[in-house]
Design a protein around this ligand. Sequence first.
Ligand SMILES: Cc1ncc(COP(=O)(O)O)c(C=O)c1O
Length: 396
Amino acid sequence: MAYNFETVGKRYHTGSRKWNELLASGVREDEDIIPFSVADMEFETAPEIVTAIKEEVEHYVLGYANPTQEYLDTVCRWMRERHGWDARPEWILPEHGIVDAFFNAVKIFTQPGEGVMLMTPVYYPMYRAVNDNSRVLVDCPLVYKGDRYEIDFADFERKAADENTKLLILCSPHNPIGRVWRRDELEHIAEICLKHHVLVLSDEIHFDLVMPGHRHIVYASLSEEAANNCIVCTAPSKTFNLAGLQTSNIFVPNPALREQYMAGLKRGNPNPKCNILGYRACEAAYKHSAPWLEQAIRVIDTNRKLVADFMAREFPQVQVIDLEATYLLWMNWRGLGLDSRELERINHQEARLFFDEGYIFGAQGDGFERWNLACPTRYIREALERMKTAYKKYVK
Ligand SMILES: Cc1ncc(COP(=O)(O)O)c(C=O)c1O
């Protein structure tokens, strides 16, 4: 089936945060531009998901709902068939979102004053999960190698070995740098974390959005020891653009950790549960929408290539980081010699380009831009033309 990835409606006045920010930046509704910031997609929802939601609304009562056995089995089948991971239905705990999950895990598995490791630059709410809960940020900066990032394992182990360090929030694949961690890298992380008793929360929300030639490895599939020392956070929300349905699947293979997690969840809410339409949408997506996902990845990869080729040709000063996964392209614009606030101003006011500014991902992101590529290709082409025109006077 050929799906529509070419046209999409504007989301003004729908409550979309991304589009509200666009309006707040002074964009007029009659300008034919779209935002390239917050990580949701400007693609129509897969029709199989729309059908499932319609059927639910038309035929059933929208009361309280727990996941059905069919739902749990379907989620596990997705893990097995797509990711080669044999997960069990009873490992799954409900969370509305992955941000909720890592905020909760910080509160449940660490105490105020204890250390939480982040591999930076990283998805900005992870800093808040640490700082807003009075935990200590254990910063493990990734090493920037020009077109990709690597882990400094000596530094990582030194920080994990500190007795105060209790938790690693791993972003896998990593947002914003677009890395898919290789098996040897994940095994090294697991070895260090096991040796130094650091629990691992692996945020794998981008796990299905892997570019051709790369393969995601679920952290818990590394070994039984790794599985028993981790929480794996998954969701259909990035894969199928269902974030608004607030349904995530948190896997905790170790029964003692699972009990501790569930008890912690229940302290905040005696009946943790997700959204009935979210359950139906996730089930339909995992059962029927893999072909939609394959096509979405092809469009994202086409958009990636367009931007990378354009930058290499027109703006060799801008370094495009290899995109191995996610639809979020990380680019180093420092070579243009402009201050990051000036970059933001030119992009907004002159080029009418609305990215996520790199500095929100931590100090190492200053002078970088994150470009959300999940949109019809024509918007990417037009954006590149606007960039070319706007930057003429700034580039020698
Ligand atoms: C790494 C990562 N984790 C979590 C989220 C958001 O998760 P949720 O909407 O399920 O809270 C995002 C969204 O961009 C993300 O990139």
